[in-house]
Design a protein around this ligand. Structure first.
Ligand code: ISE
Length: 340
């Protein structure tokens, strides 16, 4: 039985505790750690954790902890991941690995020194059925070569009071920066970013145009104040076909000459199954040492951060920015290539 510690008992920590407790046979929720002892206890009691703690570093080092899920604030992700690497303990780290590409490189260096990957990054959309079908349609050749991919990422309202337009790029859009790379099997080479000046919302939508190493165009709209629902869309356009994502709704209500479906309020509902599949892949990684083929690693975290940094600069300057990365270290396994 794999004994799991969760660092952070906020929105995502509670969700991961629920998944470990309800959906991960072969794992046990050993410790819930949060600086807020009462919050840690609430989550631990709700999901049957063996213990609670308010000391992250001590929790990682416990002999009765085999694996870690980091769901604490973003700025703790890289340091806690490095601590897990030093302890040789596998860690599922919520996105982002870091909003700083330099800090991502420090975690990569720690894994290279350890001689293997310990960090699986929480870009859960890779485990979503819709994106999987898009990638499969492309690799099957039925679409022809990919030309463009259009993406819409709409939240009901900004997740935090201090959210900014730049954070739409550095906090929300990394999901698309990662999953589009994964689906298309390519890398970004440039990014432009714009905002409608008309919006009265505290954080206006951000619209990005990205270029890829395979001469494709990718568009990403992030609207963190869409108000009507949590709505994620994507359409992949090939030379001879296209594949688009449906809104995921289990029911449609028809009444009074009208038909309606519901949106989720946020990502936890829309991507619940993807989180379960992601966490099950992590458990298999812990048990076998085989990194999940679909999973994202520290290199993917670095790629998302470098694109986000260029995108924030593009928004601030109004100028297209190049995406310039270091060469991919040999220690990061080449993902299976897209042949189409
Ligand atoms: C949030 O941090 C997430 O990761 C959600 O998946 C995303 O949809 C949301 O925009 C982010 O703020």
């Amino acid at each position: 039985m794999t004994r799991v510690a969760i660092i952070g008992a906020g929105l995502m920590g509670e969700d991961h505790a629920r998944i470990v407790s309800n959906d991960l046979p072969g794992a046990t929720l050993q410790v819930v750690c949060d600086k807020d002892a009462a919050r840690a206890k609430r989550t631990a009691d709700a999901f049957g954790a063996k213990d609670v703690s308010d000391d992250p570093e001590a929790t990682l080092a416990r002999a009765d902890v085999d694996a870690v899920i980091v769901a604490s604030p973003d700025f703790t992700h890289a340091p806690l991941s490095r601590a897990c690497i030093a302890l040789r303990k596998p860690v599922l780290c919520e996105k982002p690995l870091s909003q700083s590409s330099v800090e991502c490189l420090e975690v990569i260096a720690a894994e290279q020194e350890a001689g293997r990957r310990f960090v699986q990054l929480g870009f859960m959309r890779r485990f979503d059925q819709a994106y999987g079908e898009m990638r499969e349609a492309l690799t099957s050749g039925k679409l022809g070569r990919a030309l463009m991919m259009h993406n819409f990422h709409r939240n009901v309202e900004t997740p935090a009071a201090d959210f900014t337009g730049a954070m739409a790029i550095t906090n929300s859009a990394p999901h698309e920066f990662d999953v589009v790379r994964h689906v298309l099997g390519t890398e970004f080479t440039a990014i432009s970013a714009y905002q409608p000046k008309r919006s009265d919302a505290r954080v206006a939508p951000v619209f990005m145009v990205l270029e890829t190493a395979d001469n494709q165009l990718v568009t990403i709209e992030v609207n963190n104040n869409a108000s009507y629902g949590y709505d994620i869309r994507a359409e992949l356009v090939g030379e001879v076909g296209a594949i688009a994502m449906n809104n995921v709704a289990y029911t449609r209500t028809d009444t009074k000459l009208a038909s309606s479906t519901r949106y989720e309020t946020d990502w936890r509902g829309r991507y619940h199954e993807a989180y379960v599949q992601q966490n099950r892949a992590f458990l298999r990684f812990v048990e076998t040492g085989d990194f999940p083929l679909v999973g994202s690693d520290c290199w993917d975290g670095y790629c998302a951060a470098i694109v986000a940094e260029a995108g924030a600069k593009a928004l601030a300057t109004g100028l297209k920015q190049p995406v310039i990365k270091i060469a991919k270290p040999a220690s990061y396994a080449a993902k299976e290539e897209i042949t189409a």
